[in-house]
Design a protein around this ligand. Structure first.
Ligand code: GDP
Length: 296
């Protein structure tokens, strides 16, 4: 993952390490290389600009030019700022202490929303001992309901559905009532996706939001679409106030531009990453660990 970014960043640091005192010229050359490697990784140019400026300020503030071995200091500054860029700390799910935790899964078709719903349901039921219900609210495509039912069976989590005859809002309300009556503590609503963000989709999602008062609205975005995820996330966030992102298909993302841009621009934290097609291929997102991985 992100191999070429890691390689280029390492090359940049090599140029300043083992040289003793650092001059501003060395630093500028190093930062130029860092800047180029981020731009080539498809990181948003505004994000790159702010990132480089912050590193410069930090380097001055921490007096790296007076230090005897400045390379380690610079590397630490870059690591810390990379962690900040990715969101600083792990963003947790907003579990409700009393009552049912309701999680709306939203996203464009094909981004991996249904898969992510099942992966998260599996994680919560197996690892966190929660009693989870999956609600099939994508009533546009019959195949979506079947897909969720198949996944539900696989992970041993019940799927609530009323088929495609009943609209999504009614299904969502009834699923919540069913969860209350049957002792569930968590409901994940798998909503419909479209190929593009459109008014009709947003209206339906807004209605479901009003009805189920979600503890979290998680938007799935496909990491392979790079910076495009920023535009998608902004559109959904404007209408719905998304509380977290699930960055899917990170296993297929060679560059890393999306993950490094989206938090800084949208301010929505990444809560999970999808790393493959299998149910277990889901990680809680830790910004510090991801920064370490990127730096190699
Ligand atoms: P939806 O239309 O948004 O509900 O998308 P699906 O959940 O049906 O997923 C679309 C395709 O992406 C399926 O073939 C999934 O197996 C695949 N997929 C989902 N998440 C991941 C992931 O993290 N990595 C990879 N490689 N494939 C994924």
């Amino acid at each position: 993952m992100f191999d070429s970014l890691t390689k280029r960043l390492n090359r940049a640091f090599k140029n300043i390490s083992g040289k003793g005192k650092l001059t501003e010229k060395n630093m500028d050359e190093m930062l130029k290389e860092v800047r180029m490697s981020l731009l080539e990784a498809d990181v948003n140019y505004r994000v790159v600009k702010d990132f480089i400026e912050t590193i410069k300020e930090q380097a001055l503030g921490q007096k790296v030019y007076d230090a005897l071995d400045p390379a380690q200091m610079v590397l630490k500054i870059v690591r810390d700022e990379l962690t900040n860029l990715l969101g600083s700390t792990t963003a947790e799910i907003n579990y409700k202490e009393d009552g049912i935790t309701t999680i709306m899964m939203v996203g464009l078709q094909g981004t991996g929303k249904t898969t992510a719903s099942a992966k998260i349901a599996n994680l919560m039921s197996k690892k966190q001992d929660r009693k989870v219900l999956l609600a099939a609210c994508d009533v546009i495509r019959p195949a979506a309901i079947e897909q969720l039912q198949t996944l539900g069976k696989q992970i041993d989590v019940e799927v609530y559905t009323e088929g495609v005859q009943v609209d999504a809002l009614t299904t969502a309300k009834n699923a919540l009532a069913y969860a209350k009556a049957n002792g569930y503590d968590t409901v994940l609503f798998d909503t419909a996706g479209r190929l593009h963000v459109d008014e009709e989709l947003m209206k339906e999602l807004e209605k479901i939001k009003k009805a189920v008062k979600p503890s979290d609205i998680l938007l799935t975005v496909d990491a392979m679409t790079g910076q495009d995820i920023v535009n998608v996330a902004e559109s959904f966030n404007e209408k719905l106030d998304v509380t977290g992102l699930v960055l899917t298909k990170l296993d297929g993302d060679a560059r890393g531009g999306g993950i490094l841009s989206v938090r800084a621009i949208t301010h929505v934290p990444v809560k999970f990453v999808g790393t493959g097609e299998k149910i277990e291929d889901l990680d809680v997102f830790h910004p510090d660990r991801m920064a370490e991985r990127i730096l190699g």
